[in-house]
Design a protein around this ligand. Structure first.
Ligand code: AMP
Ligand code: GLY
Length: 420
């Protein structure tokens, strides 16, 4: 069995590492991957080939998959989904676990997602969409702060402003609708919600929805959830503050109805549906959907999964019954990032040898030079610890971090603090 994984970060490293442990003994190709992923070979015994094709070159990837008789392709990054890699592969008769661009609108368009949720009664914050500043400003005056302003399109994680004052909200509206900071687009203005957040990732094919363990990520750069937003500085799974009945409610009233709604709207979903949820006093509500594995959530959620991920994906693609079992332990990941990230950051930072670490390391942004690893991205790697609970997993992760620390790298000291 030959499996192609598309992407280059920690998320794709975790997917490949998990797939490599399948009883189906797959041969794994990662396009383009990163040099750190070669560690999978000595850890699992599976062969891993890095393929020098950019994740956005859908047609070239399709040709590669055809010529190399790839049996299954799994897609990491959102950009590839928006290029409609799923439709291109399916058109060529190739098996792919990824939503079409039409279905991925659940992530790529805030308005699409909000309209779908409203139409099908899926719990989310009340909202209105605006194209011009004047009408948005009138709505803001009616509702008042705190209020949330979201750009309707891709904005590299910077398109959401949680405004605590009317002035902040007004400045966000001006930025997005008058100055067209992210390009000319619409803005969703929505009710401010409060409560602990959690991510629920599920394997989906049409109506079938198989949830993985819940997790929580840490988006801000510095301790105490301070500083700029990042791609994620750490994550943990499970999330003890979220009771099981809230997870069950989210599965039955959010995830399953959303999969069914997408069928009714003629954009049936296949792939990973990621619910970014908040447990409000009125129950779980959707903050956002993503159409892919989350990063860095995947780096803790897949270690927590006991079942064979490759078998699960093959089964769901054939509408067979899917078995999902989980380890009892907790998993917690701490990201080491290059100084300066998420602004301009240092590169070529040497990375210590990880072979003696008992913790799992997933590489996010590294390259190889003369057999040694050096950083080439803002987020460089994530160290994943495990233990009987979050406290133990945190201790384990930070033990690993202390062995990889370096003056040119930084990390948060408080990953998992909400859970302790
Ligand atoms: P998003 O990109 O939609 O996930 O939003 C980024 C972050 O903004 C979320 O993780 C929340 O912490 C916050 N946020 C988004 N929408 C709301 C809301 N309606 N109320 C409160 N906080 C929100
Ligand atoms: N960790 C958030 C995301 O993957 O979008």
């Amino acid at each position: 069995m030959k499996v192609l994984i598309i992407g280059r970060g920690g998320r794709e490293h975790a997917i490949a590492w998990k797939i490599a442990q399948s009883s189906l003994k797959p041969e794994i190709f990662i396009a383009p991957g990163n040099a750190g992923m070669k560690t999978i070979t000595y850890q699992t015994g599976s062969t891993v080939h890095l393929v020098d094709i950019d994740e956005n070159s859908s047609e070239v990837l399709c040709k590669f998959a055809q010529e190399n008789n790839i049996d299954l392709t799994i897609v990491g990054p959102e950009a590839a989904l928006i290029n409609d890699i799923a439709t291109i592969f399916k058109g060529a008769g190739l098996k792919i676990f990824a939503p079409t661009a039409a279905a991925a609108q659940i992530e790529s368009s805030k308005q699409f997602a909000k309209d779908l949720m409203q139409k099908y009664d899926i719990p989310t914050a009340k909202y209105k969409t605006f194209e011009d500043y004047e009408s948005a400003r009138i709505y803001l005056d009616q509702k008042g702060a705190p209020i949330v302003i979201k750009y309707d399109g891709l904005a590299a994680g910077k398109g959401v402003v949680v405004a605590m004052t009317n002035e902040e909200a007004d400045s966000a509206l001006r930025d997005m609708l008058l100055d067209n900071h992210f390009g000319k687009g619409k803005v969703v203005v929505e009710e401010y919600l409060q409560g602990p957040e959690f991510s629920l990732l599920a394997l989906v094919n049409g109506k079938q929805v198989i949830p993985l363990a819940i997790s929580q990520d840490h988006k801000r750069a510095y301790n105490g959830d301070k500083g700029p937003n990042t791609g994620g500085m750490g994550a943990y799974s499970p999330v003890p503050v979220i009771p099981q009945d809230a997870v069950d409610y989210a599965l039955n009233n959010i995830m399953k109805p959303t999969a069914e709604a997408l069928i009714k709207e003629n954009c049936e979903f296949c792939g990973i549906l990621y619910g970014g949820l908040m447990l409000t006093k009125d129950g779980p509500k959707v903050i956002e959907f993503n159409a892919r594995f989350g990063d860095p959530e995947t780096e803790v959620v897949l270690p927590k999964l006991k079942s064979d991920l490759l078998q699960m994906i093959l089964d769901i693609l054939e509408n067979k019954e899917v078995v999902a079992e989980f380890h009892d332990e907790a998993f917690l990941g701490v990201v080491l990032a290059a100084n300066g990230y998420p602004g301009s950051y240092e590169k070529n930072i040497p990375i210590n040898d990880i072979t003696k670490l008992s913790q799992q390391v997933f590489f996010m942004g590294v390259k190889e030079d003369n057999g040694n690893l050096f950083s080439n991205g803002g987020r460089v790697l994530i160290v994943v610890g495990k233990g009987k609970d979050i406290t133990e997993a945190q201790k384990d992760a930070y033990n690993g971090v202390s062995q990889l620390e370096n003056d040119n790298l930084f990390h948060r000291d408080d990953i998992g603090w909400q859970a302790l």
